[in-house]
Design a protein around this ligand. Structure first.
Ligand SMILES: Nc1ncnc2c1ncn2[C@@H]1O[C@H](COP(=O)(O)OP(=O)(O)OP(=O)(O)O)[C@@H](O)[C@H]1O
Length: 649
């Protein structure tokens, strides 16, 4: 058995669920083993060489001093302190577990330290003895959230390729990027799954892929929110062993963890125990039991120490114990239980800016947050979008097929209504139905798909893969071809089946208005999808459309709308779209229609235009209004998304 394997065994025999016999101690070799492709808990040669060949640029010591995080408790309920004046030190090359009962503030602490949340935060975060410069800190750190926000349609290899392009740009040529990706995948035991779509991966593989993606640019600090939640014990130890391996490169790895098994617990170097926003213990894993004994809370026989401290932190052994533990740890100020405490400067003196900070964050270079140019990011985003569209061929074909089916259905109901003087009102109804089809089919798609996209975007954007502008532009471009093709196919089938005037100009006017309506509806989908969840969005989306329908001039003509509400018709994009349709079909002095009956009331197109009080000669104005609405909506979507990004932090 290797030294590392023996170390695991050592930990297991020591802990084995019995506190009385536990004396968690440092094993010397900090790598208990990462299962390779085949598993087994032994550090492979490849992993060993990866650790040696890819040291991080600079190690980081992270401290926080008098950290308080306050959130709003709700309307008229004041505020609530989630973190209460806590302190702590996370030394480099350590695997640190933030533990505590549910609601203790673990994720909030991670959010605050990583810079994911900045509003409501008081106190100092100090990086290598210097006040944290958030932009610089984000360049050397990454944050992996609890839910695996991976592109489900891309394979492991494609996910890695895209991440490498975002993070490394042209700095490495393709062959070097390939070698790096192969190296990381082998180290993380993902080689065999390289061609598997990420939606098909197991929980542990997904977690390892999330880590692999962020390893590409070799961050010095990694934050992971509950990396073991939802995994079986073997996958848990794979992930934690892997993290431990990565600390050997000098990395500081901080993760929140829920009730680990005794053996898993022993793999961590340091523990930070939280309860109700206060620190109950900060120190090495090995010192936890002695600390509890010193405070007269010895861990009972046959108890997993990790379970025991959580029970203490929950108040199961009395509320007074929590207070005593906070006092014992001085809310994170005491260094008594840290490993190598003599080498650590006390927290009070850690904010002297004159001291050398290891050089990592000393130079405040102001440059873009991303490592690649805007155009490069846009190119990679579009490439990824194309792969997704190709992969999700069912959705693409369905969108096209739905357009064909609806067009055929409407076409057969209203067959030849377009040049029949006795069916002018039917044809007018048809034009409105076409608008509704375009609006709902385009809007709902975005409402249903965008919220999931948003969560991936938030992670990738925070980890500096690409800028917000590049993302927004790509989102606007990527769907245009399929949406436009669907709309053009629909318009062609409808137009010819329903016998609309066979003039190229009129057909182009009709299709142009249809395309603009589709793009506007997509924008509404973006707005709703970026603000609301899928459930709320499906309710809110249609309520955005109904007022526009009411003021479109269909049903109640514009002249019959009460004067004080007429502004509604001025801002209703459906009114302009309907008017543009009417102009295309009945405007431009269209000659009288054929009348198969004795009398056709709307044989003269002008008569219809007068009665519905829509103008047939304002096509240019209508198109301008639609383009204006489209630009305003896209701008609103851009601003709302930006606002959301800002509000989330
Ligand atoms: N933005 C917020 N607004 C209101 N309350 C919040 C907010 N963020 C966190 N909280 C509250 O703060 C407390 C701590 O939340 P946090 O998610 O940090 O806990 P946790 O220890 O990670 O819990 P768990 O282990 O269950 O994930 C919870 O009671 C939570 O409801």
């Amino acid at each position: 058995m290797s030294l590392a394997g023996a170390a695991v065994e050592d930990c297991r025999t020591q802990l084995n669920g019995r506190c009385d016999e536990v004396e968690l101690r440092e094993t010397g070799d900090k790598t208990p083993g990462v299962p390779g492709d085949g598993g087994g808990g032994i550090v492979t040669q490849h992993q060993e060489s990866f650790v040696k060949s890819a040291p991080i640029a600079s190690s980081v010591e992270l401290r926080f001093d008098s950290l308080t995080y306050t959130v709003s408790a709700g309307f008229r309920k004041g505020t609530k302190d989630i973190l209460k004046n806590i302190c702590g030190i996370f030394p480099p090359s350590q695997l640190i577990a933030i533990m505590g009962p549910s609601g203790a503030g673990k994720s909030s602490l991670l959010d605050c330290l990583s810079g994911y949340r900045i509003s409501g935060l008081k106190g100092r975060v100090i990086v290598n003895s210097r006040e944290r410069d958030l932009d610089e800190f984000r360049r050397i750190s990454c944050y992996i959230q609890q839910d695996d926000r991976l592109q489900p349609l891309l394979t492991v290899r494609e996910n890695m390729d895209i991440a490498a392009d975002f993070k490394l740009g042209n700095r490495l040529d393709r062959s070097k990027k390939d070698a790096l990706i192969r190296d990381i995948l082998s180290t993380l035991g993902l080689n065999e799954a390289a061609n598997t779509r990420s939606s098909m991966l197991s929980g542990g593989q997904k977690k390892r892929l999330s880590i692999a993606l962020e390893l590409i640019n070799n961050p010095s600090v990694m934050f992971l929110d509950e990396p073991t939640t939802g995994l079986d014990s073997s996958s848990c130890s794979q992930v934690v062993s892997l993290l431990r391996l990565l600390t050997r490169q000098g990395r500081t790895i901080i993760c929140t963890i829920h009730q680990p098994s005794a053996s898993l617990f022993a793999m961590f170097d340091q523990v930070y125990l939280l309860s109700r926003g206060c620190c109950l213990y900060q120190g090495s894993t090995a010192n936890l039991i002695p600390y509890l004994s010193k405070l007269n809370f010895p861990c009972p026989k046959y108890h997993n120490p990790a379970d025991y401290v959580i029970e203490l932190a929950c108040g199961e052994y009395g509320e007074d114990k929590i207070g005593m533990l906070i006092e014992g740890s001085e809310n994170g100020r005491t260094l008594e239980w840290m490993e190598n405490q003599n080498l650590i400067e006390p927290i009070e003196s850690c904010t002297d800016d004159r001291r050398s900070g290891g050089g990592l964050l000393c130079c405040k270079r102001k440059r873009g947050m991303q490592d690649t140019s805007f155009c490069y990011q846009l190119g990679v985003l579009l490439r990824r979008g194309c792969i997704k569209i190709k992969r999700d061929s069912t959705l693409t074909y369905m969108r096209l097929i739905v357009n064909v089916i609806v067009a055929l259905m409407l076409g057969s109901i209203y067959i030849n209504a377009g040049d029949d003087g006795s069916k002018v009102l039917d044809n007018y109804n048809l034009l409105f139905s076409i608008l509704i089809h375009h609006v709902f089919s385009s809007m709902m798609l975005n409402i249903l798909t965008f919220p999931m996209e948003m969560s991936i975007f938030l992670k990738e954007h925070f980890n500096r893969w690409y800028s917000f502008k590049a993302y927004f532009l790509s989102v606007n471009i990527i769907d245009l071809p399929v949406a436009s093709l669907g709309c053009i196919i629909f318009s062609a089938i409808m137009y010819f089946m329903t016998g609309q005037p066979l003039e190229t100009r009129r057909f182009l006017m009709f299709t142009g208005a249809s395309l603009l309506t589709v793009y506007i509806a997509q924008s509404i989908g973006f707005i709703v999808g970026s603000i609301f969840s899928v459930v709320n969005g499906t309710f809110v989306g249609p309520t955005f459309v109904v007022p526009a329908m009411m003021f479109s001039g269909f049903g109640v003509s514009v002249k019959d709308i009460p004067r004080h509400l007429r502004w509604g018709a001025e801002v209703s994009y459906l009114r302009y779209a309907l008017e543009a349709y009417v102009a295309a079909i009945y405007g431009m002095n269209r000659e009288n229609l054929d009348c198969p009956d004795f009398y056709c009331h709307y044989r003269k197109p002008k008569k219809l235009l007068t009665e519905i009080s829509l103008s047939g000669d304002r096509f240019g104005f209508d198109i301008t209004a639609l383009v204006g609405t489209l630009l305003a909506m896209r701008f609103a979507a851009y601003m709302l998304l930006r606002l959301k990004l800002w509000a989330l932090r």
